[in-house]
Design a protein around this ligand. Structure first.
Ligand SMILES: Nc1ncnc2c1ncn2[C@@H]1O[C@H](COP(=O)(O)OP(=O)(O)OP(=O)(O)O)[C@@H](O)[C@H]1O
Length: 595
């Protein structure tokens, strides 16, 4: 798997650090946001306080006051062509605009966000269906449709805005869907899934959190559009004449433009100030919120089984029994190409098995298939994966979830990328423990603190309250190990758990894994390219090359008497590589293998 560059990680951490400051505090530092939000608050407060600011009704007409000038007693801004108080109608128009904005933007947000989350997060079929529906909605001629639907809405602007909200929703749908497609492949989302969290929880906590910024920005722009469209329709005379609105007032003022030009001025001015403030506030929000979104790193989820895959029942005595596993991806020609070719391996209860092979040999794919987190485009072409006698191939995500994170835990290669930069370390661990064990928040916290201490973290409370960017890579790996073993899993899959760490930390992490493994009597599948690592803790070794197993046997035998040329080559590489481990592999030394 490709590791993100240092710049990339730093950029994510910078963005994450900025996002620690609450949005409102960041907005308070932006004069544009403060001024526009202030103007909007004052205007909408005037609307709310309407009953206290005027003694007239919005449609009260006094024929003796027709076109009364500004400053006429009881008519602060004058009266219109039918003798209605302009100040009163302006105040009521503010409320009409506010209700239009709330309904229009609200409906667009609810429909667009829900559909975007579903369309972006779930598989290709769901995405294609939601895509089709929203493409269809986009083909509707918006304003024309609202006019044509007048008989249906009965001229009620609230119904009109409801339909307008649906017409606006494809914009939100696209924003959310694209963001979700990006973020759902983040390693921390993968890690949340592997720790056993359900889709709804992942969507709510990790995905919605990332997409909230663009949604807030879009909401500001859409509120402006809803107000502008409602006013436009009212200007054209579409809708009830009883409803005071900026559009209707502008139309009336327009007719009297040469007699009383101020009648046109007031509603136009207020409408202009409101829509401009919303747009400028949207811009300020974008400037403030942009950059707090981590850049996606590609790794996926899901599991597809090729039709006709003959899943055979096998010997269930081992805890994990992988038999003749095949995993393929379609190439540019559409033909599936197997990247894992008939892999068989087993892990007994309490046993530690190392899967060794160079990059691209199919180790991670085999591990991901066991965890049920292969990318959606992966196809399991053949074979079986039995865990404690239960077939995992073809299992739905819902049925896999109780196993993942609880019975089968996972430690990743990139500890940092597997922690969500937006949340404190402790809350991420507590979330996983609660989901796996169903314990109370307090109990989960106590457990996590004890585990952090057990995993060699000196000040567990401090680490618990830290954000991922505030801890080191080694500490992050200890944190993930603590999270992984919290549920006392029966199988721990560790994918290159030390590769991203420096040499001394590598040795400490291996020691910790070895201790935890024997304390908890866990079986362990250790994926690595490094024979030095397997020599240290593995009972048995499986050597993989080009998606297939080339050799398998007890660790000592493989070290003493490697049969395959490729195994000999890998072993030769660690004997040359003096920097691989600070201390010599213990198991091998004990047997006098690496002297
Ligand atoms: N989404 C994908 N689409 C197509 N091919 C893929 C995909 N993911 C992995 N592969 C291919 O599968 C093969 C095995 O990958 P895998 O990640 O299992 O290798 P690995 O032995 O774990 O190596 P590494 O340690 O570098 O990840 C590689 O050739 C890789 O290119």
């Amino acid at each position: 798997m490709t590791a993100p560059s240092t710049e990339h990680i730093l950029a994510i951490e910078d963005a994450a650090a900025t996002s620690r400051i609450p949005i409102w505090k960041r907005l308070l530092k932006d004069p544009q946001a403060v001024v526009t939000a202030g103007i909007l608050v004052i205007i909408f407060l005037l609307g709310i306080l309407t009953p206290f600011l005027t003694q007239h009704g919005p449609n009260d007409a006094d024929l003796s006051m027709v076109n009364a000038p500004v400053g006429t007693p009881g008519y602060l801004l004058g009266a219109d062509e039918t003798g209605r108080d302009i100040w009163t109608r302006l105040l009521h128009s503010i409320n009409t605009a506010a209700i239009s904005a709330i309904i229009g933007a609200g409906v667009a947000l609810v429909v667009g966000v829900i559909a975007g989350l579903i369309g972006g997060y779930f598989g290709a079929v769901t995405r294609a269906s939601t895509e089709w529906i929203f493409n269809l909605v986009m083909t509707f001629p918006g304003i024309l449709l609202l006019i044509i639907l007048m008989p249906v809405t009965g001229g009620d602007y609230r119904f009109t805005m409801l339909i307008f909200g649906v017409l606006l929703s494809p914009g939100i749908y696209r924003i959310v869907r694209n963001l979700v497609v990006g973020v759902k492949n983040e390693l921390f989302v993968d890690a949340a899934r592997v720790s056993g969290l359900g889709n709804l929880r992942i969507l709510r906590r990790h995905v919605l959190f990332v997409v909230r910024g663009p949604i807030i920005i879009a909401a500001a722009f859409m509120a402006g559009s809803a107000i502008a469209v409602q006013s436009g329709l009212a200007f054209l005379g579409v809708g009830s004449l009883e409803i005071p609105s900026f559009g209707a007032m502008i139309a009336s003022g327009f007719r009297n433009l040469y007699i009383a030009p101020t009648q046109f001025l007031w509603p136009s001015l207020l409408l202009g100030v409101i829509t401009a403030s919303l747009v400028l506030l949207g811009n300020a929000l974008r400037d403030t919120l942009e950059g707090s979104k981590p850049t996606p790193v590609k790794v996926g989820i899901g599991q597809k089984v090729a039709p006709g895959n003959d899943v055979k029942a096998r010997d269930a005595s081992a805890l994990l029994e992988v038999t003749d596993l095949g995993i393929a991806y379609r190439g540019p020609s559409g033909q599936p190409r197997e990247v894992v070719r008939g892999v068989s391996l087993s892990v007994a209860r309490g046993e530690v098995v190392g899967v060794v092979g160079e990059s691209g040999s199919g180790k991670t794919q085999t591990a991901f298939a066991t965890l049920g987190v292969l990318p959606a485009e992966a196809i399991i072409t053949r074979g079986s994966i039995l865990f404690d006698g239960k077939e995992l191939v073809g299992l739905t995500d819902a049925r896999m979830r109780p196993l993942r994170g609880k019975e089968i835990a996972y430690i990743p290669q990139e500890p940092m990328s597997n922690l969500d930069p937006s949340y404190r370390v402790g809350s991420q661990l507590v979330e996983g423990v609660r989901s796996a064990l169903g314990v109370s928040k307090k109990e989960a916290k106590e457990r996590v603190l004890a585990l952090l201490e057990r995993c060699g973290i000196n000040d567990p409370h401090r680490t618990f309250d830290s954000y991922p960017h505030q801890i080191s890579g080694g500490m992050a790996q200890r944190v993930l190990i603590a999270g992984a073993v919290a549920s006392r899993p029966r199988l721990l899959i560790a994918d290159e758990p030390t590769t991203a760490l420096d040499v001394t930390v590598q040795a400490e992490i291996l020691d910790l894994l070895r201790d935890l493994q024997s304390e908890l009597d866990m079986a362990m599948l250790l994926v690595t390219h490094n024979f030095g690592v397997v020599a240290d803790i593995c009972d048995r070794i499986v050597v993989m090359q080009n998606g297939a197993v080339v050799e398998e046997g007890p660790a000592i035998e493989i070290f003493q008497n490697p049969q395959d040329e490729y195994t000999r080559m890998l072993l030769g590489a660690i004997l040359d590589e003096s920097a691989v481990r600070a201390d010599p592999p213990a198991a091998a030394l004990a047997e006098g293998v690496l002297q």
